[in-house]
Design a protein around this ligand. Structure first.
Ligand code: CA
Ligand code: CA
Length: 399
């Protein structure tokens, strides 16, 4: 009988050794080991986060244990009481560290949590960090010059997700800024030019959606077309046009229903017309000599103030958009010497871009700053002079 008891006790001790270990006095509670691997968000350069702080808080006792992750992203907890825990993870990146991971220079604060996580035996789990958004929606390409001979229905605007998270383009508004891009020596700069708090749009269109209808993955884009057809082959198009903006390329098109002359491709959804200031034009033509373009979000864009241009006798009205609502903006003017005609506040675009002529198929496209795991990060220094390049042939959704 005594032998059996000893044997049983030995087995219990052996079993405890497999599960974990006892307190130093040998009679304390059994503890376990637990490893937590901390992963970066999917679009980051590295898979796992080094030196992330992982905290376990016991749901009963409230006691906490903190461990930092190793070079392989693992927080190794060696002496944990079985039980229920709140797991929290924190990882801050400096701007310099963020450039390496996201391609964008911006401080990042990442977190993750597991609520009421049960740890009964030695084991491991993974946790993925989420956190502050880095980057956002930006203009990738603007094709405005048109094609020979004097064909302008093939204009398009490509909007790119330059961030590390899926973004939603629902309710995103797009418009062209009031004022001349310098058409002649008699032209005057926009009367709105010195307003630093607002930008003034001649037309405003909105992408339809209910909040999560138009997801744009990191490194992907959507195209807003003036007219969403294959301009190269459509009988109503232009054989000299360089672009196919039909279904599969254009995501949305502007359709001016009141004109009775615009083409409505049923396969390409229409933008919502928020404000139409182009009068008798029968399609959304922006200046082929250079349009300045804005994307913005506002809770009630149709309620934004409509104002006339200062120091002008024109009764034409423009939509007053707060600079704070603007997501991205690009100033495009007629030529190198047109700087005095800048239409956007420098806080939105410190420079401007221009093409070498009109109806010559040229396009302006944002430069690629770096590529991380196949995702292109576009250059966004708020200065289109440096951030954009002129290309001879447009590349809608080329990459
Ligand atoms: Ca149209
Ligand atoms: Ca349509």
């Amino acid at each position: 009988m005594k032998k059996i008891t000893l044997f049983f006790a030995a087995m219990v001790a052996l079993g405890a050794a497999f599960v974990g270990c006892k307190d130093s006095d040998g009679v304390g509670p059994v503890t376990v080991g637990y490893q937590i691997t901390v992963k970066y968000p999917g679009a980051y350069k590295d898979k796992v986060a080094v030196n992330a702080e992982v905290t376990l808080t016991n749901a009963v006792t409230g006691s906490t244990t903190k461990v930092s992750t190793s070079e392989t992203g693992v927080a190794n907890f060696v002496d944990i009481l079985p039980g229920t825990y709140q797991v929290s993870v924190k990882k801050d990146l400096t701007a310099a560290e963020s450039v390496v991971q996201t391609g964008i220079e911006s401080e990042v604060y990442l977190n993750a949590a597991l609520i009421n996580h049960t740890i009964q035996a030695s084991g491991a789990t993974e946790i993925q960090l989420i956190g502050s958004k880095v980057g956002g929606l930006v203009f990738k390409e603007i094709y405005f010059t048109g094609s020979p001979d004097f064909y302008f229905y093939d204009q398009f605007y490509e909007i790119y997700n330059n961030s590390t998270d899926t973004l939603f383009a629902d309710s995103l508004c797009i418009g062209d800024v009031a004022g001349n891009p310098w058409l002649s020596s008699a032209s005057k700069p926009s009367g709105f030019q010195n307003d630093k708090d607002y930008t003034y749009l001649q037309n405003v269109w909105m992408i339809p959606g209910t909040g999560k209808s138009v997801p744009v993955a990191p490194g992907k884009s959507i195209i807003v077309a003036e007219t969403g057809i294959n301009h190269k082959t459509d009988p109503l198009g232009n054989p000299q046009s360089p672009v196919n903006l039909g279904k599969g390329t254009a995501d949305f098109e502007s359709y001016v229903a009141t004109s009775n002359r615009d083409i409505d491709n049923p396969d390409v959804p229409n933008l919502v017309q928020i404000y139409w200031g182009a009068g008798t034009l029968f399609d959304w033509l922006t200046p082929v000599v250079g349009p300045s373009m804005v994307i913005f979000k506002h809770k009630a864009p149709a309620s934004l103030a409509l104002v006339t241009e200062p120091n002008s006798t024109s009764t034409k009205k423009y939509v007053q958009v707060p600079v704070a609502s603007v997501i991205d903006a690009v100033d495009i003017l007629a030529n190198e010497g047109a700087g005095a005609f800048k239409r956007l506040p420098s806080a939105l675009d410190a420079g401007f871009k221009y093409c070498t002529g009109t109806y010559n198929k040229e396009s302006v496209r944002r430069k690629v700053k770096t590529t991380l795991n196949g995702r292109r990060v576009l250059q966004d220094s708020n200065n289109s002079t440096n951030d954009f390049e002129v290309i001879a042939t447009p590349t809608p959704k080329g990459w």
